[in-house]
Design a protein around this ligand. Structure first.
Ligand SMILES: CC(C)(COP(=O)(O)OP(=O)(O)OC[C@H]1O[C@@H](n2cnc3c(N)ncnc32)[C@H](O)[C@@H]1OP(=O)(O)O)[C@@H](O)C(=O)NCCC(=O)NCCS
Length: 174
């Protein structure tokens, strides 16, 4: 298994992976498969490698197969540029429990650290999603609030836990 930043040549397999994710883990995501399936190819290309470089997608590959992915988004607005946001974390069921999610998160955090000026990484996770919350906690994310009724899924209203990770430079300075 290896992790690498996706390029435009990966767009169709990234789309296939995420459309599966929105169905298979519907409570974990704010988008539905139908909404994302309606997006044009340009939407997927922009997420992977937009001209403004405001998002990076890290992929986990078993040979040629994309078995997991995570996206880190950056802000364009001056007052928000110190924050990066992690979205779209997914690992295929058959690849779970082997460290793939952790390696993806490490890669996303490395991408955030490499972006000049980024001091904080945030994410949201559906309340009760223990594997994901444990994964984020294992990398140092801390919860700072819970949004009630954040999403309305086929199984009802779900709250979202908001988590954050302040980044420190190698010498410990902020
Ligand atoms: C959450 C998810 C990405 C984890 O991927 P994974 O490859 O299985 O995770 P890893 O094997 O790297 O596990 C890393 C850590 O996460 C935690 N973890 C992972 N699966 C867990 C589980 N079933 N129960 C409890 N903790 C778990 C553990 O702390 C683990 O570290 P450890 O193995 O040293 O105990 C995966 O379960 C998934 O894709 N779930 C569906 C989509 C989803 O919920 N995405 C999150 C959206 S916010």
């Amino acid at each position: 298994m290896h992790i690498q930043t996706l390029t435009t040549t990966d767009a169709s397999r990234y789309r296939a992976l995420m459309l599966h994710a929105y169905e298979a883990a519907a409570d974990a995501f704010t988008s539905t498969a139908a909404e994302r399936a309606a997006e044009p190819e340009s939407w997927w290309l922009r997420r992977i490698a937009g001209p403004d470089s405001l998002s990076t997608v890290c992929g986990a590959f078993e040979g040629d197969e994309l078995v997991g992915a995570v996206t880190v988004e950056f802000a364009s607005k001056t007052k928000l540029r110190h924050k990066a946001h992690i979205i779209g974390m997914f690992v295929l069921a058959q690849a779970r429990g082997a460290g793939v999610g952790k390696q993806l998160l490490d890669a996303a955090l490395a991408a955030a650290r490499a972006q000049p000026g980024v001091k904080v990484v945030t994410l949201t996770v559906t309340e009760g999603n223990v594997p994901a919350i444990r994964l984020y906690e294992s990398c140092g994310f801390q919860p700072f609030g819970v949004e009630p009724m954040a999403i309305h899924t086929p199984s009802g209203f779900k709250s979202k836990v908001h988590m954050w990770l302040p980044l420190q430079s190698a010498d410990g300075a902020d």
